[in-house]
Design a protein around this ligand. Structure first.
Ligand code: CA
Ligand code: CA
Ligand code: CA
Ligand code: CA
Length: 294
């Protein structure tokens, strides 16, 4: 019985504390505060204070006006608190609550517009059609991430790389823009082209490079890339001599696949080799005929 009374007493104390924590008058102490009510200062209604609520709790309560009774103190809204950015989202508390200069007083009407949460970095006024904080532009409902030249939904200007092809851009595939992939929109929002160093469709080469003529089926030698046309310059390639007949000719030990230049006509080595052989044989014969010395 005694323990039951203790539990009931405990619950009464807890309940009283919750009522004391609720301070329903506080939202009326900040501009536009009644719109989002407790969410201005708490992570969720009845939950812990957010960064804006913490700033007020420890720095912006009029304790003197409440005989040092914190739970009864009102918020000291003014230029100082309005100028801070409690949730660090780039917008001051005043910009989020519609009173950027902190001129609003308790009892005044709420400022025009829809306030956002000064204690929640995911809540900010980009899209309300009014330029605030870090916004470069804000066209309200006309903000778009797909329309050309539109203010983007993060209140930044259209740009190369945002995925929408804007004025002055030939293409824009956003994160797929690439300076190394064939046929990709380049990171300067230009079409792939001859001269960008990437071998794209319809190009044989691109840039200061070259190939053996053999590799491109153009005979023997070296073929540089014609950088103006992105095609191989085969002017320096030599035709491989024809005549290879894959058969065994006189003077060949075996047939060679393809044309190896070892035709019957050229067997025996370089031109003139046969004459040298005949001359050498003649010298040997003359030495043998010479009479032996006495
Ligand atoms: Ca915010
Ligand atoms: Ca805005
Ligand atoms: Ca763009
Ligand atoms: Ca190219």
């Amino acid at each position: 019985m005694k323990s039951r009374i203790t539990v009931v007493a405990f619950l009464i104390v807890i309940g009283s504390a919750a009522v004391a924590e609720a301070r329903p008058f506080r939202p009326t102490n900040i501009p536009g505060g009644t719109v989002n009510s407790c969410s201005n200062c708490h992570v969720f209604p009845g939950g812990p204070r957010n960064d804006f609520g913490m700033r007020i709790e420890f720095n912006y309560l009029d304790l003197a006006g409440a005989n040092d009774i914190k739970s009864q103190a009102t918020v000291e809204w003014g230029p100082a608190l309005a100028g801070e950015d409690a949730d660090n989202d780039g917008y001051t508390n005043g910009e989020e609550l519609g009173d950027p200069d902190g001129m609003w007083s308790i009892g005044d009407d709420n400022p025009a517009g829809t306030p956002t949460l000064p204690g929640d970095p995911l809540s900010f006024p980009c899209g309300d059609g009014t330029l605030q904080g870090p916004e470069i532009c804000d066209d309200g409902d006309d903000n778009s991430d797909t329309d050309a030249d539109a203010c983007r939904t993060d209140c930044t200007e259209p740009r190369c790389g945002d995925g929408a092809t804007d004025t002055g851009e030939e293409c824009d595939d956003g994160n797929d823009n690439s300076d190394i992939d064939a046929d990709a929109c380049r990171t300067d929002c230009r079409f792939p082209t001859c001269g960008d160093g990437v071998v794209d469709g319809g190009e044989e080469c691109d840039g200061p490079t070259g190939s053996t003529c053999e590799d491109i089926g153009a005979g023997s030698g070296f073929a540089p890339c014609n950088e103006a046309t992105c095609s191989w310059d085969t002017d320096g390639c030599e035709e491989i001599p024809s005549g290879a007949d894959a058969g065994t000719d006189t003077g060949e030990e075996r047939a060679t696949p393809g044309d190896d230049g070892c035709s019957a006509a050229s067997a025996g080595g370089a031109p003139g080799a046969g004459l040298w052989l005949l001359a050498a044989a003649g010298m040997l014969l003359r030495r043998r005929r010479r009479p032996a010395p006495h």
